[in-house]
Design a binder for this molecule. Structure first.
Ligand code: PLP
Length: 400
């Protein structure tokens, strides 16, 4: 008699039957978590080096986060932006206090934050009467999201090709190549958008000289400099904002992934010069800045911006890089990154390593074909690192 299907089998079949098949999912169903560990429906445990793609900064079951959600849930969940509510105002004040920015606009996701940033930058030029100043410069390897404007700034054929025509006026330059940027940025440039550390593109850090050069070129041509810190911001690199490693500040910074500890939120932070180009009715979003998510984000930001918390990210990040560098395998090409945003680049396709990770109780994710991207909950400790390195060593040894 054949075995009766497990709950996992049934759910996976139902997912195939009912959900658009745009995601290639791991072959198990997650049901719970504690700290940096998640559990599946068959009771197996996995140490999580993905964190919901750099989202779950405080991990799972965090008591402070649970309390913040409970407190927020007893208040108003949503009011629309027709009315003032305290949590969004308090979160904006905290973001302004802890960054270069003077003003904040809330969104619901990273793509939506970048869409807004684009509109704001074009409006800055429009307000000056510069009707031809509409171009946007982005970089090879960038990822800015899947909506049409953000997709237009994400120069990857697989993502873009079926969806033409894209937004007009996009110019693609080479990352960390100032000569290329200089050729791309002109008086027609409304905005330059760059990730201080590229995430999806494979964990590549912009050099301080590159960001300084972009700042200079934007000032020279009156263009708005946008830093997309959706993945690298909020403590991930060991500083609250990734651009702090360079000392360069943008005109706009976009945030999302970890900002509310797993609840959907995004934010556009900007200078007064940008904000003053926007007037009532010129942009909006029904759910954005709702009391529940902003209340929770206020807790997450307060926790993550604590110097002791950032010191932990730096300490464990350094330990992770050191331990990964000790792996003695001909398959390892490079270890790179900052804080807890680390790449283990192999000489081969990493999908068998990700698959083997599941057997060994590890959640891993790639960034491109040859890179294992390590973006765990920021609360991981040395024992988690030792476990990871031991298991990766075994997995790589097994691949010859
Ligand atoms: C994930 C990501 C986005 C898109 O965010 P979504 O919330 O998925 O829309 C944009 N920029 C960067 C750098 C990202 O990593």
């Amino acid at each position: 008699m054949p075995n009766s299907p497990t709950r996992t089998d049934l759910l996976i079949q139902q997912e195939h039957d009912t959900i658009v098949q745009t995601y290639k999912r791991a072959p198990f169903v997650l049901t719970g978590g504690e700290g940096a560990t998640v559990f599946d429906a068959e009771g197996r445990a996995y140490t999580d080096w993905v964190a919901g793609i750099a989202v779950n900064a405080l991990g799972y079951g965090d008591p402070g986060l649970q309390q913040a959600i409970q407190t927020a849930a007893t208040g108003l969940i949503h009011t629309s932006n027709l009315y003032y509510t305290a949590p969004g105002i308090e979160l904006a004040a905290q973001l302004v206090e802890k960054s270069f920015a003077d003003k904040v606009f809330f969104t619901n996701s990273g793509a939506e934050a970048n869409e807004g940033a684009l509109k704001f930058a074009r409006k800055v030029a429009f307000e000056k009467g510069l009707k031809d100043k509409t171009e946007v410069v982005c970089f090879e390897g960038a990822f800015h999201g899947r909506t049409l404007g953000a997709l237009s700034l994400t120069p990857k054929e697989k993502y873009q090709k079926p969806f033409h025509p894209l937004m007009a006026g996009v110019v693609v330059a080479n990352y960390n190549d100032l000569a290329s940027a200089q050729a791309a940025i002109t008086d027609k440039t409304a905005a330059v958008i760059v990730e201080p550390v590229q995430g999806e593109g494979g964990i590549y850090s912009a050099t301080p000289e590159f960001l300084r050069g972009l700042r200079h070129l934007c000032d020279q041509h009156g263009a708005t400099l946008i830093f997309d810190e959706v993945q690298c911001g909020m403590g991930r690199t060991g500083k609250l904002w990734a651009h702090e490693h360079s000392g360069v500040t943008p005109d706009i910074m976009t945030l999302a992934k970890p900002l509310a500890g797993g609840l959907p939120i995004g934010a556009i932070l900007m200078t007064d010069a940008v904000a003053s180009a926007m007037h009532a009715g010129e942009h909006g979003s029904t759910f954005a800045g709702g009391a529940l998510v902003t209340g929770v984000a206020g807790h997450v930001l307060a926790r993550v911006s604590d110097p002791a918390f950032l010191a932990h990210v730096n300490e464990i990040g350094d330990y992770l890089m050191d331990r990964l560098s000790e792996i003695n395998s001909p398959l390892v090409k490079e270890v790179r990154g900052k804080g807890l945003m680390v790449a283990l680049e192999l000489t081969v396709d990493v999908s068998p390593v990700v698959e083997a990770g599941y057997q060994h109780g590890l959640l891993l994710v790639n960034a491109g074909a040859n890179v294992i991207r390590l973006v765990p909950p920021l609360v991981v400790n040395r024992e988690h690192v030792d476990e990871l390195v031991g298991k990766l060593t075994d997995i790589l040894a097994g691949m010859g």
